[in-house]
Design a protein around this ligand. Structure first.
Ligand code: ADP
Ligand code: ADP
Ligand code: ZN
Length: 216
């Protein structure tokens, strides 16, 4: 199964992708995570990307398409995937079509998570994650069971993203509406788009996503 989770920053793509990894054996391919890893590694490409990401703008299509292409090359062709944060504009969606076509593969579903802007700002500014295992949390909506200790791995070190500020998220939303929202229409025309209510609580969103995948 190859699917895309689509939606604005903070809508729950990462949270739900991680759950799909566990429940369905899919592999999460997050271009944001890949770019942050490149930035941390300090490569020239990574540092260039970091400056763009910190401002909440999009990294060049050639860069992200190449990263995704390389990752697909490394995978067993039967490995199911959930794309998180890619494609982010119509040019990337077309490039993905070509990447999959050249491998004789296709997309099974594209699921849009719908969330109000006000809720998105709250979600993004309250987000943090475990430095050890990457598990995501939220100050209000998804706290660790024991404060300061990761539920998943027991880690005690957490961090916040530099671009998760109230100021940067407004630019990221603008970029989303200008560049990424047309991707929804792109997949709508192909007849593979489903929408779920991303305002619901995390378990309910998981349930709705499962219903879409089971109907496929
Ligand atoms: P994205 O990957 O789309 O940017 P995340 O999955 O990182 O979004 O979610 C953003 C923040 O909101 C995280 O802190 C997460 O814990 C929280 N969150 C995710 N889904 C929900 C939900 N349905 N209700 C409330 N908070 C949520
Ligand atoms: P979120 O889901 O909260 O928007 P991501 O981790 O997906 O965050 O993306 C963080 C940043 O990484 C984006 O603001 C952008 O600068 C860069 N980025 C991630 N994916 C892409 C992509 N497909 N194309 C261009 N830039 C990307
Ligand atoms: Zn952890």
């Amino acid at each position: 199964m190859r699917i895309i989770l689509l939606g604005p920053p903070g809508c729950g793509k990462g949270t739900q992708s991680k759950r799909l990894e566990v429940a369905k054996g899919l592999l999460q391919l997050s271009t944001g995570d890949m770019l942050r890893a490149a930035a941390e590694a300090g490569s020239e490409l990574g540092l260039k990307a970091k400056a763009i990401m910190d401002g909440g703008n999009l990294v060049a299509d050639e860069v992200v398409v190449a990263i995704i292409g390389e990752r697909l090359d490394q995978l067993d062709p039967d490995q199911g995937i959930v794309l998180d944060g890619f494609p982010r504009n119509v040019a990337q969606a077309e490039a993905l079509d070509n990447l999959l076509k050249s491998r004789g593969q296709n997309l099974d579903a594209v699921i849009e998570l719908k969330v109000d802007d006000e809720a998105l700002v709250k979600r993004v500014t309250g987000r943090f994650k475990c430095d050890t295992c990457g598990q995501g949390y939220h100050d209000e909506f998804e706290q660790p069971q024991v404060s300061g200790v990761c539920d998943k791995c027991g880690g005690t070190s957490f961090s916040r993203r530099k671009d998760d500020t109230a100021e940067t998220v407004l630019n990221r939303l603008e970029v989303y509406y200008g560049e990424t929202r047309p991707v929804i229409a792109y997949y709508g025309e192909k007849g593979i788009l489903s929408s779920v209510d991303g305002m619901a609580d995390i378990d309910e969103v998981t349930k709705q996503i499962n219903e879409v995948l089971e109907a496929n």
